[in-house]
Design a protein around this ligand. Structure first.
Ligand code: SF4
Length: 200
């Protein structure tokens, strides 16, 4: 349960394993890269927990890892929403805009929080060489178009990781569509000590 993952709401956060990026500063690296090392929570347990708590909650946050990689995420969210009648927030790195779009068009997400890693030319360094600048540009352009189409359903965040200067953050601000402001988050060292240096 969380009081801060969806500001203003009491939410339950479901963390889905797996991520296709390798950010050197990742906070959930075991969950993101080797989820098989962690115990699996079976869907029935999730459902029972939500059944018991739903009346106390204002929202369900789907986080990760990268949740948009999970099989049939929109279908699963539709099922959860129908069963528990809770608004849903999706946390994403924005690199799978087609899943975000499908979820929005099906009406199964109420809020999408997109982590913008930094200026486009820093994406390779900030994502462990998993995203080239042109790929980041194409994905974020689609996300920004969706934000224009679904106003009020997006928030954009940037974590102030080492090597990100204030001028870089200003550059990210300028990338956002009109009417959106950037939420900056402080960076804390991962508790498991697995942080790697961001290459120059
Ligand atoms: S996108 Fe998020 S979960 Fe994936 S590696 Fe980067 S910080 Fe970790």
């Amino acid at each position: 349960m969380s009081l801060c993952d969806w500001p203003g709401r009491i939410s339950v956060v479901l963390f889905l394993g797996g991520c296709d990026l390798r950010c050197p500063t990742c906070h959930n690296s075991v969950l993101a890269w080797t989820p098989e090392q962690l115990p699996c929570v079976c869907p029935n347990d999730v459902h029972q927990y939500l059944e018991a708590k739903a009346s106390w909650l204002d929202g369900l946050v789907i986080s990760g890892g990268e949740a948009t990689l999970s099989n049939d995420l929109p279908g699963w969210l539709a099922e959860l929403r129908k069963r528990f009648v809770l608004p849903v927030k999706l946390d994403t790195n924005g690199m799978h805009p087609e899943v975000v779009e499908e979820s929005l068009r099906l009406g199964v997400v109420d809020m999408v929080a997109v982590d913008v890693k930094g200026p486009l030319d820093m994406y390779p360094a900030l994502t462990g060489n998993r995203v080239a600048p042109n790929q980041a540009s194409a994905c974020l352009d689609r996300i920004f178009d969706l934000a224009g189409e679904f106003p009020g359903r997006f928030m954009f965040r940037c974590t102030l990781v080492p090597r990100l200067e204030s001028t870089d953050v200003d550059q990210v601000r300028r990338m956002l569509p009109a009417g959106f402001s950037l939420i900056t988050q402080s960076f804390f060292e991962p508790r498991n000590g697995q942080k790697e240096e961001i290459p120059c």
